[in-house]
Design a protein around this ligand. Sequence first.
Ligand code: B12
Ligand code: SF4
Ligand code: SF4
Length: 361
Amino acid sequence: MKDLNVINYLNKNNIEIPKNIKISTVDIPSYENKSQRIKEVKDQQKHANMKFTFSNPDYSGLGDKFTWAESCIIISYNYGEIYSTNISTSTGKGSIARFAIDDYYKPIKKFIEKLKDHFDTLDLRTQEFIDSPSHYDRLFFEGSGLGWQGKSSMMLSPSIGPWQLIGNLYVEMKFETPVAKSYSCGNCNMCQISCPTGALDNEYKIDSRKCISYWLQSPEIIPHEIRTKIANRFYGCDDCLTSCPPGQNKFISLKQTKEVDLEKIINMDKDNLISKFEWFYVPQRNGDYLKRNAIIALANNPDENSHELFIKLLDSDSDIIRLYSIWALWRIGMLDKVNEESFIKKEVSSDVKKEFERLKK
Ligand code: B12
Ligand code: SF4
Ligand code: SF4
């Protein structure tokens, strides 16, 4: 039987491809293998001890995962059109990176479910991967003809740039192999020079220990030099995406912004906070880490009442909140508002004490 083009195949079977979704396929078995590259980043400690695909690079980076698979369908969801910007400039407000404004994994997952149901009816096996530790989602992207790996490490496509999320579906059906395309960043290096922390090197490797997006998801104590560079970001960082020319072909309206009220977030019940942003990656599902992000963002972009909130937070039961509220007071030049005697008398952890001692110097 002649191999099939996946888009024609879905059309014939009345399976609609949603507006913001693009798909293509690669042939399986595939020689594609990124294990070595993932290991290299891990060996150089640039993975910042993250687990994800770094837990088992031999498997996550492997293309030929299933003996029964004949193709892998690559699905990309363009979320870039939904809001015009995520930049927030008003005092007391914070920004969320565009990929996290809503649960944009939902539309990909829904579409993948539809495809799986279809292949199920034909008794054909499938296996999906999306943001899973077992699979490097960008593995087949270039081979599928959908785009190329940018120097920011993001997968880019003409007219969409980096504003897309990626899912993979292995299927027991042979589809036509797409014609290879030769896209590239050329001499551009806008992402590298725009990154506020210098996290991108010249070899397409990102040092997550310097990446703001990483730190806003990390349970570790955030280094002081990163805290100021976080500016008013509450979750995620988009500077290496916003600066990327292939993604800049849309009209950008600064009026259509999606910002969060940082004070409100800090005052919310921490479990409600987790429910409000249930699609965020938050360590141990502990809402205090989101409050931590909001405290840092508010200290970097305070309004006239922020100091009162930071003083109140010194009495919090949470060491995470106490540690960052002392820093916040230091950041806005009001460390002298901490009543040292009564603060130290409280049962504060050694990390909180260390933070205080360091800031007093
Ligand atoms: C861990 C992770 C992170 C980490 C590490 C990021 C990273 N680049 O690895 C952190 C928390 C920092 C992060 C941030 C973001 N992430 Co993330 N993340 C992942 C995750 C879970 C694994 C990625 C991974 O395996 N990295 C391993 C490293 C080694 O891979 P890499 O950086 O691509 O490495 C390549 C290069 O280093 C290159 N290389 C290495 N050595 C050499 C040497 C030479 C000579 C050459 C040429 C190349 C080369 O080869 C490597 C393999 O191809 C994936 C989901 C998944 N399961 O795949 C999402 C994923 C990569 N993230 C995604 C997104 C959207 C983001 C953010 C934009 C979110 C945000 N706005 O804050 C940022 C972007 C930051 C950035 N510039 O990467 C999307 C990216 C979609 C796309 N268009 O590419 C993914 C694919 C999720 C998804 N399913 O859509 N993320
Ligand atoms: S996400 Fe932000 S900090 Fe991380 S590499 Fe991109 S611009 Fe740099
Ligand atoms: S900013 Fe330039 S170098 Fe960086 S990924 Fe985009 S096109 Fe490539």
